[in-house]
Design a protein around this ligand. Sequence first.
Ligand SMILES: Cc1ncc(C[n+]2csc(CCOP(=O)(O)OP(=O)(O)O)c2C)c(N)n1
Length: 943
Amino acid sequence: MPPFDNDSFLTGQNATFIAELYARYLEDPQSVDPSWQSFFAGLGDEPKAFRKEMEGPGWGVKRAAMLGNGHLPTSAALPADVHQAALDSIRAMNLIRSYRVRGHLIADLDPLGLDRRTYHPDLDPATFGFTEADYDRPVFVNNLLGFSTATIREIVAALHATYCGHVGVEYMHIQELEQRQWIQARIEVPRNQTDFTERGKRTIYERLVEAEFLERFLDRRYTGTKRFGLDGGEALIPALEQILKRGGQLGMKELVIGMPHRGRLNVLTNMMGKPFAALFSEFQGNSANPEDVQGSGDVKYHLGTSSDRDFDGNIVHLSLTANPSHLEAVNPVTLGKVRAKQRQRADQSHDEVVGLLMHGDAAFAGQGLVAETLELSELKGYRTGGTIHVIVNNQIGFTTSPAYARSGPYPSDVAKTIQAPIFHVNGDDPEAVVHVARIATEFRHRFKKDVVVDIFCYRRYGHNETDEPAFTQPLMYRAIAAHPTTREIYRQRLIDEELLTAADADAIEWAFLARLEAGFDAAKGYRPNKADWLEGEWKGFTIATSDDRRGETAVDLALLKQVGAALTRAPEGFNLNRKIARQLEAKRGAIEKGEGIDWATAEALAFGTLLAEGATVRLSGQDSGRGTFSQRHAVLFDQETEARYVPLNHIRDGQAHFEVIDSPLSEAAVLGFEYGYSLADPRSLILWEGQFGDFANGAQVIIDQFIASGEAKWLRMSGVVLLLPHGYEGQGPEHSSARLERFLQLCGEDNIQVCNLTTAANYFHALRRQVRRNFRKPLVVMTPKSLLRNPQVAAKLGDMGPGTSFHRVFGEVDTLAPDSQIRRVLMCSGKIYLDLLHARREQKIGDVAILRVEQLYPFPIRPLAEFAVRYPNAEFVWVQEEPENMGAWSFVDRRIEKTLSSLAVKAKRARYVGRPEAAATATGLFKRHAAEQARLVNEALAP
Ligand SMILES: Cc1ncc(C[n+]2csc(CCOP(=O)(O)OP(=O)(O)O)c2C)c(N)n1
């Protein structure tokens, strides 16, 4: 074998030439000489994968240049040693590629070393045809790993250091070449490590001391109190510091964080600067808020906070989103906040506001909401420029081992669906953890894409501090008991490196302990001096008042007409769909005439007038642009070019922006996102629309744990609106009911508003009311289907004009017998009203009055009483189209009783008319539906 010197055939141009020849062969085997074909075929390679490698940074010479002369040699002309060298080179390339793809599988990731895999055939040089005898022969690899030539032994050593040390990287699934090359360059040349300065290492040590000592201190002072300690995962804290520091250097101004229980107290204090005294005071059973602040409060490991941190002059604002126990539910909420803050800052490049989500390994692998939220990452209406994910992978979920918790090798596998790079790292090597945290931050900054850091660690104690982990994982916990802490390991390392003396380390520890002790002493007298909920963007808002709360929702007719004109106008030359053109024409006519304004137009007028007044409107939901029932057409499409035109963005100069988004087919993530958006942006109207109201149950966690109870638990208001198509029209069990009863059951302590409306004008006012008051409450609207086109619900322009407002109850509209002779009062809500009205008019019944409850919660006792008292001799009947165990009946029954009991009327309670109890919300048979509907209407009107 000749030495590989500069004259060798396989250096420089020749080597690249063979590689190019190979690339050409892979694209089209016939394009190269037959002898080369059989040579290359003998390599048995995966053509596609190899071709991608050829495009990697190591093969820097441009293909065009190499193939320029069109003259290809034949292998017959190739001397045997050159043949061997070419073979070696190509095999080495494959070996390198294999390490890039699978090196992580034998990386040293588990601090406990319980399940370490050290061999994988794809990483064995023998698999590529190298025997021991070949190991020291130089091979040409053209600048890969920083080598031009190297022996297999050297190549494997470099690959091991890069891909199989304390960091395992998964990135070869990424389709974007530039991203793969960036990661390769970032990790291969420095062998996947950062050389930290003495100061940097000391800082890492300080952070570990803080992380560990806080938990130990809490354990000692509040033994047996749940804290979901970080013990075993302490490296998280230096990793977070790195994200802040590097992020700040790269222009990050705000970091919006979502995280679960594990380590949250550590993050709240050590990362976010919540005073230790405040935390200890909560451990003593005190509220996090001043005593005069109402609300249920929440356990301390669910609370949020915000603060500013200064890194070398870069101020980064941090906000940790409060969350419920439901793991991962906070993810979309956090990202909605990020998006809102980006808009407020006009951060179009997404450099200034960044989302950070932390996860447990079992939760990340198990919860579907994770996949739903990841899916939002590249979507136009939800993009936030990439989220940094950190998994605290303690290799257990409560008592469940990974083999029972997920099917793949890692908890992070779901993130591959969006081609996020994944950095697995051994949590006992804090330098490696900080190193990957830095790369992740840089990657997010550079490519505005999600990135995952998976910190392999362990959980030193039980799931919480009262659990006995040895009941279920005895071997793991025996290993943990014998395992030094991350801090102890690192302390020894720094001492061995002579960067720290034992006395230095002791001093750092004592100094932090002194801070904890001082906090402990201060906790006794600690009083939170104010609740933090009406600050920043929320300045000027107040707690909801107990009056009618109508808000100024009426609009000058001139403005209504201006919006109306914009709604019905398309740009010059825009090729409108013919049917749409006719609809716009009709709409224009209605607005000009000032009557016949249908539901969708009233909605558009509500949006448009708010936009004109300066409030942004954001509506997202499945097919919301057009509308499920083809009613909205908020986006017009040019029939020749598919260009989009959004009339509501062309009302007048200086107006606010209207965003209508066709969401992905997710309920939980999208509603969570909009709720999060509304938390950060109280001055905009934020709406989520269900395709049919039934589907809201796919977002039940967001509704129960955030929307209904967030204000009480965390003092966080939201004005989010839920539009839920509802009504019995024979479309079957899943397209009839938005489960009104579920929302009503959630009502309490003035937490939400629930409406079931019967006029387009009332809808207009209900929407505007959301923005035109100085408090915020979520609004749930049962929205119509057939009523969208029913002329009886249509509005006059005057119903929205000066002097008008929202009505919680509507009284009788027809002229009937004198009030005292009314024999029955039908009370109802929503679409059934029109069925009743129609039948009563048809049957010419004059002694049955109808009251409509437009807002079910807060229940309108006073206006209802004002109407009811007019009918002293009537019986009162509640009519609904939902089955008896559903709809509003159970909710209104006692409230109607309470209303009537204070009035001088004979009736004391309402009687029920509606469908009988049922398991399914509705029949799937149209005929049966029609018969049921007719029966209940007739029963309601029966003599
Ligand atoms: C949606 C949901 N289901 C179940 C639970 C109950 N629970 C709380 S913590 C936990 C285990 C979580 O394991 P992991 O995600 O690995 O985090 P760790 O506690 O190990 O840090 C479970 C099942 C929950 N909080 N949320």
